[in-house]
Design a protein around this ligand. Structure first.
Ligand SMILES: [Zn+2]
Ligand SMILES: [Zn+2]
Length: 269
């Protein structure tokens, strides 16, 4: 098994990158879940399917933030990705491994930091001298590939990024789930890149709202504006990116109307 030293932790490269530190495993998933990785403690940053395989392994304790328990059922995962408006329904808080998961996680070696935005319950972990930030921000190629970073709450994600930037000064290494494994200096640059990218995206969304448009039309306009060709814009990418776009629109001063094509928005002027 190939690992990389980041601070005092070992990281198994993958998508997600998996962190190993003194019997603690964070975000075991994707192809890495085929590896024989055991830990006393299995932690997940959030409920997305590619981050939770470790929770189904034998371990003394396991943690997934309670607000992300929908991630353990297939229906919950689908609804969470494509959008649902009845979050409180027991359908979406259904939990397959409830007995094993505690509501809060306490360990002298682990600091749990609430970093919502990507999902409602997303957390980051400071373990030893390393900050594992999960999907709170992304590698440059991931950002430019999807155009919109996947944030169910874009504005909370930006606040979380500011929090991460602050914490990152006091650690030796910073690791994200989907992106390259860089030294601290380059990771600080990547945080800055994510913050600027978010600002750029807000401006693009604003520009697309000069006349009445649906959130899906906003996505297409922004993707085209960011250089994507028509054949690169799939229905899946529109629906996924629509979640982030809606969240950005929600924080702007817009007029709203309902039409046969759905809800339309226009920048208030
Ligand atoms: Zn995720
Ligand atoms: Zn992920």
């Amino acid at each position: 098994m190939k690992t990389l030293k980041i601070g005092k932790a070992d990281v198994v490269p993958g998508s997600p990158n998996t962190l190993l530190y003194d019997g603690i495993v964070v975000d075991l998933g994707g192809k890495n879940s085929e590896l024989p990785i055991q830990g006393e403690i299995q932690l997940a940053t959030h409920g997305h399917a590619d981050h939770i395989a470790g929770l189904f392994r034998e371990a003394k304790s396991k943690f997934l933030p309670p607000e992300d328990r929908w991630g353990i059922s297939l229906l919950g995962r689908r609804m969470a990705v494509y959008g649902f408006s009845c979050n409180e329904s027991s359908l979406f808080t259904y939990d397959l491994i409830k007995e094993d998961l505690q509501a809060t996680f306490k360990d002298p070696e682990v600091q749990v930091i609430s970093t919502p935005g990507h999902t409602p319950g997303h957390v980051s972990y400071v373990i030893g001298d390393v900050l594992y930030a999960g999907d709170a921000f992304f590698g440059q190629r991931v950002l430019e590939g999807f155009v919109f970073p996947f944030y169910v709450d874009f504005w909370k994600a930006m606040e979380s990024l500011a929090k991460i930037k602050e914490i990152s000064n006091s650690v030796e290494g910073i690791v994200i789930s989907h992106g390259p494994l860089y030294d601290k200096r380059k990771m600080l640059d990547l945080i800055e890149f994510n913050i600027n990218y978010g600002q750029k995206l807000v401006n693009r969304v604003k520009d697309s709202l000069s006349d009445w448009v649906t959130s899906q039309q906003v996505v297409v306009k922004v993707m085209e504006g960011m250089g994507k060709k028509v054949e690169e814009i799939s229905p899946t990418s529109i629906i996924m990116n629509e979640r982030t776009a809606l969240s950005i629109i929600n924080g702007l001063n817009v007029d709203i109307t309902t039409t046969i094509d759905g809800v339309k928005f226009r920048l208030h002027h």
